[in-house]
Design a protein. Structure first.
Length: 169
């Protein structure tokens, strides 16, 4: 039990401060989205943008097989976007005082927390087992997992763009 405690404490204390700041931003944004909010397509791209930059930085600076990883990442980002479209299929948009609004939902908070936890776990695994950076199979697995989870964000963004063009036209 002591070894597990030491490992968890080591993981938490060696996590860069910017990761905890990202987690706080995610929680704040997710709580905001529990109630009806104004839709901004630019702001809808903020979370996926953060996670894409996090992935690109890791891919560009650490992995041995980016030529395998990047296509997997992009293909599964697309699959994730389609899955996100399905998950958000019942999302309602409306116009209030010429402003596009979306109904509140727990889904964005869940997706953001799940995405953060998966990215965090992958990066902890890579910290503990750096040999995985040089294993082609893990490079591909990372691309699949990271791409799909980031793609989930785009389901809501795509729906917001469609709603904006339809409702504000």
């Amino acid at each position: 039990m002591s070894e597990l405690y030491t490992l968890v404490l080591s993981i938490i204390t060696h996590t860069p401060i910017w990761v905890w700041i990202v987690l706080l931003i995610i929680i704040k944004k997710g709580i905001t989205l529990l109630k009806d909010t104004e839709v901004s397509v630019g702001k809808s791209c903020l979370m996926p943008g953060i996670f894409i930059l996090w992935s690109v930085d890791t891919i560009a600076t650490k992995f041995s097989y980016p030529l395998y990883l990047v296509p997997c990442y992009l293909i599964f980002l697309t699959f994730g976007a389609f899955a996100g479209l399905y998950i958000y299929r019942n999302k309602t948009f409306y116009v209030e005082h010429t402003v596009l609004m979306q109904t509140g939902s727990k889904i964005p908070l869940c997706i953001m927390i799940i995405n953060f936890c998966i990215k965090y776990a992958l990066n902890v695994l890579l910290s503990v087992q750096p040999v995985l950076y040089s294993q082609a199979s893990f490079n591909i697995s990372y691309g699949i997992i990271a791409g799909f989870t980031v793609g989930l964000f785009f389901g809501n963004t795509i729906r917001a763009i469609r709603a904006q063009s339809r409702l504000l036209a």
